[in-house]
Design a binder for this molecule. Structure first.
Ligand code: DP6
Length: 334
């Protein structure tokens, strides 16, 4: 099964339609996984080996503005800068857009504004592709369901299929070869005093994409075989933590899940480590604060930055310990 087959399955007779509207504007929040997506059962369709569970970051994300233009190529602007068509970012987006049009177009001016560091392990591709499918749905007048949009977003980047909702979202791995049962679903848990702290150690591009790192881990890590069972246990624990508002269980499970994912990478060959010296120093600081009684946990993705998990009751203490932290309250605006 190819990406273009999935697009045909979803768009049916609307496939490769002409634009209905000249513009499409959409926002999608970025999301952070508490139980990670790590490893694919289909590398082209971004079908995961396991399910995963994330939290959306409210107003942190990407806004896109699509405008049909009378050109033979797209014009992409990212945070005020026109992108070189040959850049990796532009190529990835154009390749994705080509799934939905013929050679004659339509082509777009695409203005992307992201308020999170691109490629710094803060899931920028997730909100990017989610906002793009939302905008395309408008431009082409597809009228797709959010589930169908989630499947299309996954074709751009796996974690993007979780970025179509606010709050907690579960991505069911599914079993089908065409991935029609592999999409995000919102979980109905509200947790108003839940806080996330973003600690950016580096805004530099990551040295190895999660795509390549996943592939290497699945193929060359002795520890990867233990990962699916770990995810199964952690998903049960996380859902219990959410329904009982058990923050300790949520924090412990999320941190342990992230550490286990990184352990599978460390055991790959060549080894993969996304940590900077500062990352490790801050982990140790968190463990020390926790041993002193502060309920503070972290998670880490395919980059050096840490995302801190805590409750509003400890906000001031956390701020006092980490001067450069940016706080997100995922439920504040809902
Ligand atoms: C560590 O969704 O960026 O953030 O499907 O290859 O685009 P592709 O990978 P991507 O991987 C995200 C990996 C992660 C964990 C997660 O978000 O679940």
């Amino acid at each position: 099964v190819k990406k273009s087959d999935v697009v045909k399955l979803i768009l049916k007779n609307k496939y490769l339609g002409t634009p209905l509207k000249q513009t499409g504007v959409a926002f999608a929040p970025t999301n952070i996984a508490l139980c990670k997506y790590w490893g694919k059962r289909d590398n082209d369709l971004n079908l995961p080996v396991t399910s995963s569970l994330s939290i959306a970051l409210g107003k942190k994300g990407a806004k896109v503005n699509f405008q049909v233009i009378n050109e033979t190529h797209d014009l992409i602007t990212l945070n005020g800068e026109v992108l070189d068509v040959a850049s990796a970012f532009a190529q990835r987006l154009v390749t994705f857009l080509n799934l939905f049009r013929l050679k004659q177009g339509p082509y777009f001016s695409i203005i992307i504004e992201s308020n999170i560091p691109i490629a710094a392990g803060l899931a920028s591709s997730a909100c990017g592709f989610a906002s793009v499918v939302l905008a395309l749905n408008q431009v082409f007048g597809w009228n797709l369901t959010v589930t169908e949009l989630s499947i299309l977003a996954r074709l751009g980047s796996g974690s993007a299929c979780r970025s179509l909702w606010q709050g907690f979202v579960e991505w069911n791995a599914g079993q089908r070869a065409d991935g029609m049962d592999s999409y995000g679903q919102p979980l109905n848990f509200n947790w108003p005093d839940f806080c996330i702290g973003l600690l950016v150690m580096s805004e530099k591009e990551k040295h190895l994409s999660s795509r390549e790192a996943m592939l290497r881990t699945v193929n060359h890590s002795a520890l990867y075989s233990a990962w699916p069972a770990k995810v199964t246990t952690d998903l049960v624990k996380l859902k219990t933590a959410l329904s009982e508002k058990d923050f300790t269980l949520l924090g412990e499970t999320s941190e342990s899940n992230a550490m286990s994912m990184h352990a599978t990478m460390l055991s790959a060959w060549p080894p993969i480590s996304y940590a900077l010296p500062e990352t490790v120093m801050i982990m140790q600081k968190i463990w020390k604060l926790r041993s002193e009684g502060l309920p503070l946990y972290f998670t880490q993705d395919a980059g050096p930055n840490l995302k801190l998990l805590f409750l509003e009751a400890h906000l001031l203490q956390v701020k006092a310990e980490f001067s450069h932290i940016e706080i997100v309250k995922p439920f504040a605006h809902i």
